[in-house]
Design a protein around this ligand. Structure first.
Ligand SMILES: Nc1ncnc2c1ncn2[C@@H]1O[C@H](COP(=O)(O)OP(=O)(O)OP(=O)(O)O)[C@@H](O)[C@H]1O
Ligand SMILES: [Mg+2]
Length: 193
């Protein structure tokens, strides 16, 4: 299908020049975990901190994608895969132009994380934002867990759609014991110099 489409490589401004202008290296910090584990909360705190330190950051949040670019997708295995593929492609484009990309998407299966890493390449860092189902249900910032308990939501991650814990993430943050500002400091250690 894409055989007659040629990737555009001719540039007047190289990726290296963009990184020099920004004073940073492009990277994708991919945060994943159950709904309510703290991905968006930590991404927002990290964006604030890095911005205040003169870094240029873009957040790619799963919810925002699902309202816009990915509004045609649901929560079947196939749609979750396509959701991750599109977010990965966008993340790769930004990172390859010097931007620090913070991704917050549930990404429940190892195969999905592997797919994202494959698309993004060497600038990919995976960060497991960990909290138990029970803790997330207690926090329930969006009221989703209450709806699941009432049988109003199907294919919910951790309930009737599985979440595979990773065996070797680049970083694991247990938000039952690590507060957001400490999480920010931990994630900052993954940034390339
Ligand atoms: N240590 C912590 N780190 C992050 N969030 C925490 C922590 N302790 C409590 N919280 C609370 O947990 C909730 C996490 O919600 P948040 O929207 O960040 O989750 P999420 O992982 O982005 O979920 P979703 O996948 O539904 O978008 C917030 O209400 C936040 O205040
Ligand atoms: Mg979120």
């Amino acid at each position: 299908m894409a055989e007659n489409i040629h990737t555009q490589f001719h540039r007047f401004v190289s990726p290296e020049e963009k990184e020099a202008l920004l004073g940073q290296s492009g990277v994708v910090l991919w945060m994943y975990g159950l709904s309510g584990s703290g991905k968006s909360t930590i991404a927002a705190a990290l964006e604030r901190k890095l911005h205040d330190q003169g870094r240029f950051v873009v957040i790619l949040d799963g919810d925002n994608f699902r309202h816009g670019l990915n509004s045609d997708l649901g929560f079947s295995d196939q749609d979750r895969k396509e959701n991750v593929r599109r977010v990965s492609e966008v993340a790769r484009m930004f990172a390859s132009q010097g931007i620090i990309v913070l991704v917050s998407v549930i990404t429940p299966k190892q195969a999905l994380r592997d797919q994202a890493r494959k698309i993004v390449g060497s600038s990919f860092r995976e960060i497991f934002i960990k909290a138990s189902y029970e803790t997330c249900a207690k926090r329930d910032p969006k009221g989703l867990y209450a709806k699941v308990a009432a049988g109003e939501i199907k294919q919910f991650t951790g309930k009737d759609s599985g979440f595979e814990e990773p065996s070797s993430p680049d970083l694991l943050i247990d938000t039952e014991s690590v507060d957001p500002s400490s999480a920010v400091e931990m994630i900052k250690t993954l940034l390339p110099e």
